[in-house]
Design a protein around this ligand. Structure first.
Ligand code: ZN
Length: 68
């Protein structure tokens, strides 16, 4: 049976819902609470957004150079 969270790995046990790695996330949430979501958001989502922003800026520079 696959993990309820990642849906890829096998569950640790038939009574548990999560795989080994996702169980660690559950443990982190029980210790740190909402901070876990904030960290994920800041690190993963924002970095990706910043990368996209950077790419857009570089494309704009390139286009304006070509138009000069
Ligand atoms: Zn999992």
């Amino acid at each position: 049976m696959s993990c309820y969270l990642c849906r890829e790995e096998s569950r640790i046990s038939t009574l548990g819902y999560y795989c080994h790695n996702c169980k660690k996330i559950q443990d982190l949430i029980s210790v740190y609470g909402k901070r876990v979501y904030e960290v994920l958001e800041e690190v993963l989502v924002r970095k990706e957004a910043q990368q996209k922003h950077k790419i857009v800026q570089e494309i704009k520079k390139e286009v304006s150079r070509k138009n000069e």
